[in-house]
Each structure stands twice: as C-alpha cells, then as structure tokens.
Design a protein around this ligand. Sequence first.
Ligand code: GAL
Length: 392
Amino acid sequence: MKTRVQGFLCAGVAACVAAGCCSDKGVDVKKSGAVEPSVVVKPFGKTKDGQLVNHYTLTGAGGVVMDVIDYGGKVVRLYTPDRSGAKTDITLGFNEVAGYETQDKYFGSLIGRYGNRIANGKFTLDGATYTLPTNNAPGSIPCSLHGGDKGFDAYVWHSEPLSEGKNVGIKFNMTSPDGDQGYPGKLDITVRYWLTPENVWRIEYEAVTDKATPVNMTQHLYFNFKGEAEGTILDHELTLFADRMTPVDKGLIPTGALVPVKGTPFDFTTPWLIGARIDADNEQLRFGGGYDHNWVLNSQSGKLAPAAALYEKTTGRYLEVWTTEPAIQFYCGNFLTDKVPGKRGKNLCHRGGLALETQHSPDSPNQPGFPSTILRPGAVYKTVTEYRFGVR
Ligand code: GAL
C-alpha cells in the first residue's frame, strides 16, 4: 500500500486522470488487473470560516476508488466498476467546499449527533428536558434534523490515512462539546472508513460520552448506479430485509407503531423497482413525497446482518448493505431538484439519487417502544455498516 501527501504517483483518481485511465469528467474507461491499494492526500480548499479541508483518494485493491474530504467525512466521488469493468462515479457531490455549504450539506456526509428527526426538537432524559435547533419542518411541522443547525456534517474532522494488510482507509476524530446543538455531554467520536480488496466500504463508528446523551450516527451517501446526474433512480431494484416499517405523521415523525409491510408499496422483502409503486394512492407515500421512511430490520441482534440490496440492470451494478444497526432509512431523493448542479456541469434531478441510511429509528428519544439510542458514561457506542459493491 502506498500513501502520498500531495500525491500523484499511485493509483488514485488524480494519478488515474493524469495517466488517462479514468476520468472525473464522466468518461468511462475500462481498467483491468489487480490494483495496488493506496491513499493519496491533497488539499480541497477551505470552509467559509477559513478551515483547511483535506481530500483523500482511497483506491481499493478490488478497484473501487473513493474521494473523501475531512469536512463532514463526505464522500465526494465513488467509482465502481460496471458489468464490463467500466468505472463511473455513482454518487452525488460537489467539486468545492462551497457546494456543500450553499447547496446541500448532507451529500455523502457523516451525520450526527442524531441522524434523522427528533419531534419538535425536544426530548426528556433522566428528568431533564433538552431543546435542540428545529432546522426542518416537513408538512410545516418543526423538528430537529440530522443533529441540528451544525451537525457533524459541518465539522472539519481530524483525519489520518489508515492501512492494514490490503485494506486502506481514513480515521476521523472529533469532539462534540457538552451542550453542542443542545445535546448533553461531551462526545468523543471516531469513525473509520475502510476499502477492502473485496470492494467493501466498511464504516466503523465509535463514541464515548461524559453524560447520558442520544447518539444515532449514519452516512448520507446518495447512489445512482447509472452515474451522477444520469437521471432518476426509479429504475433501480431495491430489496429491504425488513418485514415492518415505522409509519410517520405529516411531519415525518414516527407514530410509534411498527407496521407489517406485506401487501403495501413498502414491501421490498423481494426485489422491486423503486418506481413501480411510488405513485400508489397511499397516505404514507403522500407524507414522504415518495419513499422517505424507516424500516425495522429483521435482524435485531446487533450483529452484522443484511439490511438492503440494490441493483441496476443496464450497468449490472449491485450493492449489499450490511449493518449492526436495527433500522434503515430509505430516502429516494424526493427533495432533490434540477436546480442543483452536478460535478460534471450537468444538473441533478428530482429523485436523482437514493440514500440507504443505517441507524436507529427516528425520534427514538421520544419513543419508549423503540430500541434506545441513549449512550451513558462508561459505555462505548459502536456500530458497523458495510456497503458491499459488486456486479450481476
Ligand atoms: C434524509 C431524510 C430526508 C431529507 C434528507 C436530507 O435522511 O430522510 O427527509 O431530510 O435526509 O435532504
């Protein structure tokens, strides 16, 4: 494995582009043979408040290439091979930090302290009531979304390259101070991204606190297996390993019920095209403007287990999502519009990407019937999610 600072030498995208073997202009060029795993680091500009941002290119031994910045741990580009070996960037992102600051901060991002929604931006824990920023209001009902006004997506994390055998990665650290966005407790967080020779992107989340606090971290990568800004994801085929989901009110807050999906447009227990039932006459689909819901995974063991599978037939790209988490949010990009510029000068579109966010269910701090998200001093928050890329 090679590591280069300001590197240009090894099999990262910068070197690839220089050598003409793949391109971030969207030209798909075949690449064959084993790849030497590498991590290349270079600058990625500054945030609007002047913080320097690093850009890492991880090249996995299996050929997947990932560009990641330490601002929010965001995956900017993700190249995976299609059925014929051609690599395409299959995620949404921006070429500059400003894109994330002005267009959409969640693209490809780590999310915390609490991923998803908390009703009214309030919860009670051990007798005390905490108030969070209400930065979102579906159906005009305010809630706190993805950690508040400044979630973990908007931090520049401390970052360093990792390597272990044929695996390459990045380690991210940060401390969220006591009272950050209204949450109690100083939270020390470590996240590791790994890229393996089997084309697995493994994410390991860890956190410890000095006061009881809710923690629910996730990753908000968008997928479009046909390529960034190449149309909608309605033709992708999805499987969810979940017999139940958590219906929501029009503020997208769970009612508390766990409802069987059988016989509804939410049944993805066998593969279904995302577009097949999205326009069905269904109140839940109306509330979400499409799919924007949380499924209760069949595995509640806390052990790594299948959560989702995604397939696109023209490219053959196939993904399995495995997680230790008990739930998954499937969001099909209902809020995306054609006003958002893509990385290649082509605008995105409504439903131009989908996210598969492993997590605990939304609003858990206010939902006694849901598995707890409360981390207490002395305990370690530890979750793992794997995105396993392949073709069929
Ligand atoms: C998702 C959420 C959507 C939307 C999106 C960010 O996690 O389910 O409702 O808020 O994040 O645009």
